[in-house]
Design a protein around this ligand. Structure first.
Ligand code: IPM
Ligand code: MN
Length: 342
C-alpha cells in the first residue's frame, strides 16, 4: 500500500495517553491498504519547561513535509496561559493555513445527553481557523496602570471568509443541505455584514442548500432547545470555539468530540485532534477516554482519502459506545475494545 508520513504530537497531559491509542487504531483500520510512518515531535509543556523552545522553525518546516498531523492536547498549568496555546497550537494552525476547523457533533446511541429530549443530533460546525479574534491583532498600552488600554482586533478578510464558506456549502451538499451562518451582525456590523454577503453570494451557486442566519446568542439557545435543526453551521473562529464546547456538552461530553484543522487546498498537512484539552487533573492515571482521539484518527484517514478505513473506525466507535459506553473503563481498555472491533 501507499506510505504516509504522520507527524505525532502527543503534547501535554492526557494527550500523551490517548495518542498511542489513536495511532494503533489508525494502523489497524488501514490494514494492508496503507502504511504509516510515524514521526514523533516532542512539543508541548515538557519540552518548553526543559529547554524553553515552543515550536522551532526547523520543526515547523519538518511538519510542513508530513502528510498529516495527529495531535493530543496542548496546555499545562505550569506554563503561563497563552504561551503554548498561541506559540504552538495556534502557530501550527496559522502557519499551516488550516482555515477549516471541522467539528462534527453527533449524539451516539448509548451516550446520555444532558438534554431531557435530545432527539437526533448530527451536525458539523465549520469554524474558521486562521482569522477573527484569534489572529493576534491588538495590543496593550500603559500595561498595569489605571490607564491601561487592551485591544483584541477581529480580522476578517473576504478571502478568508469566502474560502471557509465555500467549504461549508460543499459539505452541506454532501449532507442534509442546510447551512446556518452564525454571527452577531446586529452588533458586529462590519464583519457580520461581510460574512452575510459572502454567504448570500456563494449560496447562489448552491440553490439546493437551504440557508438560515442566527445570532450567536440565539444559536446557543437553539443548540439546547432544538439541536436537531442543525446540519452545517459556518461561523468565525471564536464563535466556533464556544459553540463546539457547548455542542460537545450537549452530546454527552467533549470525550466524544473529534476535530480536524484542515488545509483544504492541500498545500500543507491537516491536523487532527480531540476538541478536549490536556485535562491535567486526571493526567497520568490511565483513565482518560481515548474515543475522541480515535475518532480524530478516523477523520485523518478520511482526509487522506482512505474512506473505507475511516468508516471502520467510525463503526467500531459507534458499536463500542452502544455496547460498552456506560461502563467505567481505563484508557487502555477502551483502546483495546475499539481496536477489537476495527
Ligand atoms: C480548541 C481550544 C483552543 C482554541 C485553545 C486551546 C487555543 O480551545 O481547540 O477549541 O481556542 O481553539
Ligand atoms: Mn475550544
Amino acid at each position: 500500500g501507499t506510505s504516509y508520513h504522520i507527524a505525532v504530537v502527543p503534547g501535554d497531559g492526557i494527550g500523551r495517553e490517548i495518542v498511542p491509542q489513536a495511532q494503533a487504531a489508525l494502523q489497524k483500520a488501514a490494514g494492508g491498504q496503507a502504511d504509516f510512518i510515524f514521526d514523533d515531535f516532542d512539543l508541548g509543556a515538557e519540552r518548553y519547561l526543559r529547554d524553553g523552545s515552543i515550536l522551532p522553525d526547523d520543526e515547523l518546516d519538518r511538519l510542513k513535509g508530513e502528510d498529516a498531523i495527529l495531535l493530543g492536547a496542548i496546555g499545562d498549568p505550569r506554563v503561563k496561559a497563552g504561551v503554548l496555546e498561541r506559540g504552538l497550537l495556534l502557530r501550527m494552525r496559522f502557519e499551516l493555513d488550516q482555515y477549516v476547523n471541522l467539528r462534527p457533533t453527533r449524539l451516539y446511541e448509548g451516550v446520555s445527553s444532558p438534554l431531557a429530549d435530545p432527539g437526533r443530533i448530527d451536525f458539523v460546525v465549520v469554524r474558521e481557523g486562521t482569522e477573527g479574534l484569534y489572529a493576534g491583532a491588538g495590543g496593550s498600552i500603559r500595561r498595569g496602570t489605571p490607564q491601561e488600554v487592551a485591544t483584541e482586533v477581529s480580522i476578517n478578510t473576504a478571502y478568508g471568509a469566502e474560502r471557509v464558506i465555500r467549504y461549508a456549502f460543499r459539505l452541506a451538499m454532501s449532507r442534509r443541505r442546510r447551512l446556518t451562518l452564525v454571527h452577531k451582525k446586529n452588533v458586529l456590523t462590519n464583519a457580520g455584514d461581510m460574512w452575510q454577503r459572502l454567504v448570500d453570494k456563494v449560496g447562489e451557486e448552491y440553490p439546493q442548500v437551504e440557508r438560515e442566519y442566527l445570532h450567536i446568542d440565539a444559536c446557543t439557545i437553539f443548540l439546547v432547545t432544538d439541536p436537531g435543526r442543525f446540519d452545517v453551521i459556518v461561523t468565525d473562529n471564536l464563535f466556533g470555539d464556544i459553540l463546539t464546547d457547548e455542542a460537545g456538552a450537549v452530546v454527552g461530553g467533549v470525550g466524544y468530540s473529534a476535530s480536524g484543522c484542515i488545509n483544504a487546498d492541500g498545500t500543507y498537512p491537516s491536523m487532527f485532534e480531540p476538541i478536549h484539552g490536556s485535562a491535567p487533573d486526571i493526567a497520568g492515571r490511565g483513565v482518560a477516554n481515548p474515543t475522541a482521539a480515535i475518532l480524530s484518527a478516523g477523520m485523518l484517514l478520511r482526509n487522506l482519502g482512505l474512506e473505507e478505513a475511516a468508516g471502520r473506525i467510525d463503526r467500531a466507535v459507534e458499536e463500542d459506545i452502544r455496547e460498552l459506553g456506560s461502563t467505567r473503563r481505563g484508557t487502555d481498555q477502551v483502546g483495546r475494545d475499539i481496536l477489537d472491533r476495527i
